[in-house]
Design a protein around this ligand. Structure first.
Ligand SMILES: Cc1cc2nc3c(=O)[nH]c(=O)nc-3n(C[C@H](O)[C@H](O)[C@H](O)COP(=O)(O)OP(=O)(O)OC[C@H]3O[C@@H](n4cnc5c(N)ncnc54)[C@H](O)[C@@H]3O)c2cc1C
Length: 499
């Protein structure tokens, strides 16, 4: 028997849990959170690799409505962030809504019933509205390397760390130099026998202003909320001010680039190794990474940096694209996530019977990052072009939850059974302006190939503005941008007149 609900949220990371809190605040209690795993936390449940921590300070990388005066460090580690999300789940009474082991296998729009039919691993749900918070970095991207299956030892992705594998004294190869790899390398280097890093492109790395948050600070934040708010406000404000350099005037990033060069010089005295670690693209084009121990780790005698991607595996011999070979016992894939081809898009079938992936064959696009044409009453949290290069994704999530709340309010005001479907013209207009602005950004002009770009080189991942602008443009649903659908299949403009 299908279970009927007003709202089905998919995913229980920051996005899904935030949606659940917001639904309850809006007085909506008839909802479920469908989660494929057996615990909440998303990113912070799955990523348990050594050294895993956030790279936006914790006081900004947390919900504004659930401040945590007790963050132990500027950049808290995964166990603390996961514990925070578990705490939010209980403190806001979300647990009764969460359905674990309920992977959404398919979602189909029922045009007659004006609702979504969701097939999950734990049964069928019928929902008036779906909020998809499946995460931009939730599904590992596994490289298609010839011979990979011939590797005799353990192979695992950074986000699926196998803690049963003993690394002490082993020859470990790490593939990739992204945000996860640069946390992993210095954490495992002291204990492994030999570490080989396969670097296709060197990242720009800046010092990490990390430190313990002292007991008096924590006391103050607990007793005087204004101090917490001030701290968050400063962290946010600095990042807002930086945004223009990324989005409009990449040449202004020169100063930051000079800082990164100095950081490299300090960390790597050997000019030959330093040359191999120096990026040849503008800073900011790829995500800027923060670390104080990555460069020093690479100078240790048990580390080899191969400046070429892994191209082939022949048993325990790893062969780089430039022909360099290395022997390894364990292979760690820090190869990133399926960002521009998110798996949920293959599973959601809209009003015209096409999947989201088919609709997006020319690139992901959604009105205000939130709704795609032909997918009525279906909202994204962290949808297309909502990613950030330099600030906290929680700011984006909370803005999208404002939009979700207004969407539900508008449906209530319309009364009766109703659905709102983004007009293709509105989605196109939104996307045109966005892509025009994108053309000037460092992500598109900086001369790098990054995970922000899809197979065609389009940037469908990042938001080319400040977080305050995003908040402003997602504050309200503009009904002019939607078609109103009614059960008898009459189509009306969302503002009233039947057509
Ligand atoms: C190691 C790491 C560090 C990061 N650090 C930062 C940082 O410092 N600052 C920052 O702003 N961002 C950071 N990010 C980005 C981070 O992903 C976001 O900030 C945020 O956690 C995303 O939350 P989410 O809820 O959208 O997605 P997720 O946390 O990925 O949650 C998605 C959830 O959906 C579930 N799910 C997916 N598909 C289905 C399905 N079909 N059916 C049911 N359930 C499904 C998943 O199991 C998961 O629980 C980091 C990411 C990683 C990987």
């Amino acid at each position: 028997m299908a279970v009927q609900v007003r709202v089905a949220v998919i995913g229980s990371g920051f996005g899904g849990l935030g949606a659940a809190v917001r639904l309850r605040r809006e007085g909506v209690t008839d909802f479920v959170v469908l989660e494929r795993a057996d615990a909440v936390g998303g990113t912070w449940r799955d990523n348990t690799y050594p050294g895993c921590a956030c790279d936006v300070p914790s006081h900004l990388y947390s919900f504004s409505f659930a401040p945590n005066p007790g963050w132990p460090r500027n950049f808290s580690g995964q166990p603390h962030i996961r514990a925070y999300l578990e705490h939010v789940t209980d403190a806001y009474g979300l647990r009764p809504h969460v359905r674990f082991n309920s992977e959404v296998l398919g979602a189909r729009w029922d045009a007659d019933g004006l609702r979504w039919e969701l097939e999950t691993a734990s049964g069928t749900y019928l929902a008036d509205v779906v909020v998809s918070a499946t995460g931009p970095l939730a599904d590992p991207k596994l490289p298609d390397i010839p011979g990979l299956s011939s590797f005799p030892g353990p192979v695992f992705h950074s986000s699926r760390w196998d803690h049963g594998v003993e690394l002490r004294g082993k020859r470990v190869a790490v593939v990739g130099t992204g945000a996860s790899a640069i946390q992993i390398v210095p954490s495992i280097q002291p204990e492994v026998g030999r570490l080989t890093l396969f670097q296709r492109t060197p990242p720009w790395v800046l010092p990490r202003a990390d430190r313990r948050i002292t007991a008096p600070e924590r006391w103050l934040h607990g007793r005087i909320p204004a101090t917490r708010a001030l701290r968050r406000g400063v962290l946010w404000g600095i990042r807002e001010l930086q945004t223009g350099a990324f989005t409009k005037k990449p040449e202004r990033l020169g100063l930051i680039e000079a800082l990164a060069r100095a950081h490299l010089r300090r960390g790597v005295p050997d000019p030959e190794l330093r040359a191999r670690l120096l990026p040849d693209y503008r800073i900011g084009c790829k995500r800027i990474l923060l670390s104080n121990d990555y460069y020093p780790a690479l100078t240790r005698p048990n580390v080899d940096v191969v400046t070429s991607g892994l191209a082939e595996v022949r048993g325990s011999t790893l062969v780089a694209a430039d022909g360099t070979t290395a022997e390894a016992d364990v292979l760690v894939l820090g190869t990133g996530f399926r960002v521009t081809d998110m798996p949920i898009a293959d599973r959601v079938r809209g009003a015209d019977g096409r999947t989201l992936a088919e609709t997006w064959k020319d690139g992901m696009a959604a009105l205000r990052g939130s709704s795609a044409a032909g997918f009525p009453n279906f909202l994204f949290v962290i949808g297309p072009n909502t990613g950030l290069g330099n600030s906290s994704m929680i700011l984006i999530i909370e803005a999208q939850l404002n939009y979700m709340a207004d969407f539900l309010r508008q449906l209530d005001l319309l009364g009766g059974r109703a659905a709102l479907d983004a007009r293709p013209s509105a989605v196109n207009a939104w996307n045109r302006v966005l892509q025009r602005r994108m053309a000037r950004t460092v992500w598109n002009t900086g001369g790098c190939d990054s995970w922000y770009l899809d197979a065609e080189g389009r940037n469908t991942v990042v938001w080319p503005g400040t977080t305050s602008e995003f908040r402003r443009v997602t504050r309200r649903v503009d009904l002019q941008e939607y078609q109103l659908l009614r059960p008898e299949r009459t189509t009306a403009t969302a503002t009233g007149a039947a057509r």
